[in-house]
Design a protein around this ligand. Sequence first.
Ligand SMILES: [Zn+2]
Length: 283
Amino acid sequence: MKPADRVEALKRDLIEPHQTIFDAALKPSMGQLKDASIAKYIDIVDAKIPLIRTISAEFPSALTESCEVFGKTFPDMNWRWNAYLMPSLYTFDGMSSEIDSQSVMLFGADALADEYKSLSGTDFKTFLTHEVFHIYHHQILPDEFDEYMGSMRVYKPLYLCLWTEGLACYVSQVINPKASLAEVVLSKELAETAPKSATGIAKEFGTAFASTTSNDHARFFSAGYKGALPARSGYYLGLIVVQHLSEKHPLKELVRLSGRELEEEIRNALREISTSGDAIKTL
Ligand SMILES: [Zn+2]
């Protein structure tokens, strides 16, 4: 089959029959999904099909097991949401979104096959707990914590993203106590670089605290960010902020902090972290 025909076949046989799901996953980039990038994707993914099939076969039981463990810590979790394992065209590994106003979790089988050798390791369990927590956080505080808004390129104030990502990392650490820092913050590189510059990250974050610009969001949360700070430094800083607040709030209370109280608590924790290196607790 010619490359152009393969692109057409992928659009016709894969995307169009599942348009609603692809829209929920790729809405911001859907219009920009050029034939050239689809052709490139087909080229790369061809050789990886056997691995993707293995990962796909392991996925249902890995998700079920993680959800069961999560439910022991958060028994009020509402499990009425669907999860989809799909080709992400390498645009995401896991994300929460909405279809017909219902929460859904979307997983990119292609990206997962690239990132994980098997789905039975602590690294994948930690990642799943992180993603499931976002659904739970949205369930208990729907107005403030909606990861879907980020995927729509509509950004909440930066400190709310810091909090939800920090909590997702923290909860995944609590539920998977053997996980390493790299597994908890979902990046080996971040785990190596961020602890050395936590004070600087906290200071920088303080100056952009309630920003809603896409640039500031990318600066602290995007994997592709290149600049003075480590990429995705907000995940690490968020984890440290949550650790600070966990000293005075039990978990059940911690995950329900919101509004002005939460804003004040985050400001205070950032002040402590940026003025006293001693206040930083590494894992
Ligand atoms: Zn997250």
